[in-house]
Design a binder for this molecule. Structure first.
Ligand code: 1HN
Length: 345
C-alpha cells in the first residue's frame, strides 16, 4: 500500500491557514480511518469476575443510598476505550446493578434500549410500560427505547442484575436523553403469560398485537428448557443456541443489539468464526473457557467478558459432566441493518 504524505510534510503557514478555516487535509489520516483488511478496534478482550466485583457492588450499597444513585451500578468498562467512556465495545454498555430490599429506583424512560439479565437474588421486580416483571436468576427483561421503567424490591436479599444497553451508540448519535416520571400504575402482571409457548401468539379476532415490544420478560426456566429440548431434538446441531426474538415478527427483540442463550454440551468446544460485531458473554450456569486472540478467560458463574469483532472465538465447556449456559449479547442487528455485517472463514 502506497505511503501517503504526512502532516509535517506541509508548510506550517499552510497548516495554520487550513486550521483557521476549520479545514483538515485527508491524506495524512486516510490510512488510520481506512486501514487495510481489518478495522482498528479499541475493544479489548476483557473479563469481569463476579466474585471480584460483588463485594465492591455490595459496598456501594453501604456507601451510596439509592436516592443518591437513582441506579446503583458499577459499569463494566473496557480499558481499550478508556474507563471513563463506560463502554464494553463501540456500541455496548454493561453494568452490574444492585437493589436492596425495600429500595425503589424511580420511573424514567430514555432513548437507549436496555435489557436486564438477572444474576442473583429474588423478590425484586421491574415495571415496564405498566407491566410488572418479577426478576429471577437468568430471566431476561427488556426495557426498550421510550418505555417507562422502574425497579422495586419486596424481598429480603440483595438483588443484582446485568444491564446491557446500546447507550454508547445512541450517545455517539447525540440522541441519548432521559425523561423522569411518576410511579407507574401496574396494569398487568407477568407479561410472559401472553406469550408462553413458541409457535402460538395471542390472537384477538381481527386484531393482532400492534405493540413494538409485545414480550418484555423471557423467563430463564423457559429458555433453559428450550435449549435442553433443542439438543434432544437435533443432537447433530452445531450450536445449541436460541435467540430472544419478538414473538409477533420473529425479528430480533431489539433493533440495535442482539441477544441469545447458548448451551455448551458437557465437554463441548465451539468455534465461532470471525464476525464483524463485538460480542459479550455472561455465564448463567456452569463454567466456560473463552479464547479470543491471545486472551483465555475462565468464566465462572455470573462472570462476564467481551470480545471485539473480526476475531474468531472459541468457547469451551469446562465440565465434562454437565452443560454450561451462556447469555450472549452482540451488535449483529446493528451491523446487519447498516449493511456492514461480515462473517469470515
Ligand atoms: C438505566 O436506565 C438503568 O433503568 C440502568 O436500571 C443503567 C445506564 C445508563 C443509562 C440508563 C435502569 C443505565 C440506565
Amino acid at each position: 500500500m502506497k505511503q501517503l504524505g504526512r502532516l509535517d510534510d506541509l508548510p506550517e503557514a499552510y497548516r495554520q491557514a487550513l486550521t483557521a478555516q476549520n479545514l483538515v487535509p485527508l491524506w495524512p489520516s486516510l490510512r488510520s480511518v481506512l486501514p487495510p483488511t481489518k478495522p482498528v478496534r479499541r475493544t479489548r478482550p476483557t473479563h469481569w469476575s463476579y466474585a471480584g466485583l460483588r463485594p465492591l457492588l455490595l459496598q456501594a450499597g453501604e456507601l451510596t443510598p439509592i436516592e443518591k444513585a437513582e441506579r446503583r451500578v458499577l459499569v463494566l468498562a473496557n480499558p481499550g476505550h478508556g474507563l471513563e467512556k463506560m463502554q464494553a465495545s463501540s456500541s455496548i454498555y454493561l453494568g452490574m446493578q444492585l437493589l436492596l430490599p425495600g429500595e425503589w429506583a424511580p420511573a424514567h424512560k430514555h432513548t437507549p434500549n436496555a435489557v436486564r439479565m438477572i444474576v442473583e437474588g429474588d423478590g425484586a421486580y421491574t415495571t415496564v410500560d405498566g407491566e410488572k416483571c418479577p426478576m429471577s436468576r437468568g430471566d431476561l427483561i427488556l426495557t426498550p427505547t421510550g418505555l417507562w421503567h422502574e425497579h422495586g424490591h419486596d424481598g429480603t436479599v440483595p438483588v443484582v442484575w446485568l444491564d446491557v444497553l446500546d447507550l454508547p451508540l445512541v450517545y455517539y448519535m447525540e440522541a441519548s436523553y432521559v425523561t423522569e416520571g411518576e410511579a407507574q400504575m401496574v396494569s398487568a402482571e407477568a407479561t410472559e403469560r401472553a406469550y408462553q409457548r413458541g409457535g402460538v401468539v395471542p390472537s384477538p379476532i381481527f386484531a393482532r398485537a400492534d405493540k413494538r415490544f409485545p414480550m418484555l420478560r423471557y423467563p430463564w426456566v423457559e429458555v433453559r428448557a428450550a435449549l435442553l429440548a433443542l439438543d434432544v431434538a437435533q443432537p447433530g446441531i452445531e450450536a445449541v443456541q436460541v435467540a430472544y426474538v419478538n414473538p409477533e415478527t420473529g425479528a430480533d427483540c431489539q433493533a440495535i443489539l442482539g441477544y441469545s442463550a447458548l448451551m455448551l454440551r458437557p465437554g463441548e468446544t465451539l468455534l465461532l468464526p470471525a464476525r464483524s460485531p463485538a460480542m459479550v458473554f455472561h455465564q448463567i450456569e456452569g463454567s466456560s473457557e473463552v479464547s479470543v486472540d491471545d486472551s483465555v478467560f475462565t468464566l465462572a458463574e455470573a462472570d462476564t467478558c467481551c470480545a471485539p469483532g473480526y476475531v474468531p472465538i472459541t468457547l469451551k465447556n469446562r465440565s465434562t459432566e454437565s452443560p454450561a449456559f451462556v447469555f450472549i449479547a452482540d451488535e449483529s442487528p446493528l451491523h446487519k441493518k447498516l449493511g456492514v455485517y461480515e462473517v469470515r472463514g
